[in-house]
Design a protein around this ligand. Structure first.
Ligand code: HEM
Length: 523
């Protein structure tokens, strides 16, 4: 029976998938027996690491600004996707052994994917298994009815009317960071500080998401974030993304570390939950009904979950981990890349600042507390354009992935059951056919008429993904970004530090490999 199963997985299923695609004229690199295209992927990855190191040496010779302003970093992240696009066009298949993949980048097919709302299209299940220690079976990786249940529960917590109520706390947390920067500036020489801003933005974002969703202060969540981050580092090899063979079940040093962190994170989350349950028994009325409470309520009323404490705990822990993972580093990175761009383009930094002064008056924001509201944020059109352009060139998520759980149709294309569909966000966001010959340049003006007028095929602008799996935190993230950036830009000016080394790398998200060092001074 086992032999039949192996034969099915290794031979019959891949053969069926590949022949359905090749009959429709879809090509791709020839897979080797058992290993598919793993060898090519690994070779191209090592070559690109060498290339990145070499270009960094060149940067140190004073070419940094030129290197950044061309924003040509995409090649170093998934070099094989680019190479095969060059060889086989905008749609091709490739293989990582038993897993078969379909890469596609035509805007008309992205539109079809967006419109396909059935549960037959979901997140790759092998990926869910590989990322289990990090995400469990929470909303990000779950599929089918289990996902739909979680989505129904979580999504309304991030609707505009809920997020509106969180503006005050976002402002408060940002102001606390402003105060610490002011102290560092006073202590620094000449009132200019060389700051690793990404670290502070990460703490800020963690603080915001923790208070908004869990009502708990950052001090309680601090340990959880630190541990989740180490876990993310340990698990963020690109090889994992495409299901390359890995030894995740063996007690290697790295796996033992991941398992330990997983245990510790779970214990910490359950401790926060316990504290919260005690608090609500005391009925202090400090917190409204926040996300954690919704998750607890759902777990308490779900008849399936009630059958075991283990399942209830899993449900709570997994969804808390998902919100932590999805909700803080993404926004912190988006803010970091945007500030890097504003440092690189001082004329845009000046325009953003002038717009704030024009609309809100020239008083420094920290003199007025709880002053920001939705209407004020809506006035910041230039900042909105800058954020949209930053999310185009430096989208924190690099890929959107789906698995077909049944044979489905995308327009005329028959997509076979079991295939994994991949879109590269940087490739879509930098396609000159869609954005024009200046696709690699930072030009926020292109968004002056909104996304629909910024390019030929707006459906291919997907920093938050698409369709029924679209990011639930999109509204939350955009409002948070506007608050953080408007407060920072109206209080400080930013320029690139001579120590900044431009090297965006993929570690589950797009990160500045050597940190985001900027020179900061008071305006
Ligand atoms: C700039 C910030 C952010 C970016 C760029 C971003 C991007 C994304 C992307 C690309 C996806 C996958 C969508 C797909 O597969 O089609 C996603 C999913 C998700 N995001 Fe975000 N996100 C951000 C902020 C947030 C925040 C602040 C939260 C929550 C507080 C959040 C919660 C989620 C969740 C729960 C999912 C899974 C949705 C599902 O599968 O149903 N994200 N996000």
């Amino acid at each position: 029976f086992r032999l039949i199963q192996v034969y099915e997985t290794v031979w019959k299923k891949p053969k069926r998938i590949r022949s359905t695609l090749s009959k429709q004229g879809i090509g791709g690199p020839t897979p080797a027996f058992l290993y598919g295209n793993v060898k090519e992927i690994q070779n191209m990855e090592s070559e690109s690491v060498l290339m990145v190191n070499k270009s960094e040496d060149e940067d140190e010779d004073g070419k940094t600004i030129q290197a950044i302003s061309h924003h040509h970093w995409v090649r170093s992240t998934f070099p094989y996707l680019q190479r095969w696009t060059f060889d086989y066009g905008p749609m091709y298949m490739f293989s990582t052994g038993s897993q078969q993949h379909l890469y596609l980048s035509q805007p008309e097919l992205i539109k079809e994917l967006k419109l396909h709302k059935s549960l037959e299209l979901g997140k790759p299940s092998y990926l869910s298994k590989a990322l289990e220690p990090m995400l469990g079976n929470g909303i990000i990786k779950a599929n089918g009815h289990q996902w739909a249940h979680q989505r129904r529960l979580i999504a309304p917590e991030f609707f505009l009317h809920k997020v509106k109520g969180m503006i005050g706390l976002m402002e408060e947390c940002t102001m606390a960071m402003v105060k610490t920067w002011e102290i560092r500036l006073i202590e620094s020489q000449g009132g200019v500080a060389d700051l690793m801003i990404d670290q502070d933005l990460r703490s800020l974002s963690a603080d915001i998401i923790s208070r908004a969703c869990f009502g708990s202060s950052y001090s309680q969540g601090k340990n959880i974030f630190a541990k989740l981050r180490v876990m993310q580092e340990a698990m963020s090899k690109p090889s994992l993304l495409f299901g390359l063979p890995n030894l995740k079940f063996l007690p290697t040093k790295s796996n033992r570390e991941i398992w330990r962190l997983k245990r510790e994170v779970e214990e910490l989350i359950l401790k926060v939950v316990k504290d919260r349950q005690e608090e609500s028994q005391k009925d202090t009325g400090i917190y409204g009904k926040d996300l954690l409470e919704m998750i607890l309520e759902s777990a308490a009323t779900d008849t399936e979950l009630q059958k075991s404490t283990h399942d209830t705990h899993r449900f709570i822990v997994d969804n808390c981990k998902n919100i932590y993972f999805a909700g803080y580093e993404t926004t912190a990175l988006a803010a970091s890349w945007t500030l890097m761009l504003l440092a690189l383009y001082p004329e845009w930094q000046q325009r953003v600042r002038a717009e704030i002064v024009h609309n809100w008056g020239d008083k420094n924001l920290h003199q007025t507390s709880a002053s920001i509201d939705l209407d004020k944020l809506r006035q910041l059109k230039t900042l909105t354009m800058v954020i949209q352009e930053s999310l185009r060139l430096y989208a924190p998520s690099l890929v959107v992935a789906r698995e077909a759980f049944a044979d489905i149709k995308l327009g005329n294309l028959v997509v076979p059951k079991g295939i994994h569909i991949w879109n590269s966000i940087p490739a879509l966001h930098r396609d000159p056919e869609n954005w024009g010959s200046d696709a690699n340049e930072f030009k926020p003006d292109r968004f002056a008429g909104g996304i629909s007028e910024a390019c030929k095929y707006p459906q291919a602008y997907v920093p938050f993904g698409y369709g029924s799996r679209l990011c639930v935190g999109q509204t939350f993230a955009l409002i948070e970004l506007k608050i953080i950036l408007s407060i920072l830009v109206s209080n400080f000016s930013f320029s690139l530090s001579p120590k900044y080394r431009h090297s965006p790398v993929y570690k589950m998200l797009l990160m500045p490999q050597h940190g985001m060092r900027l020179l900061v001074k008071k305006v």
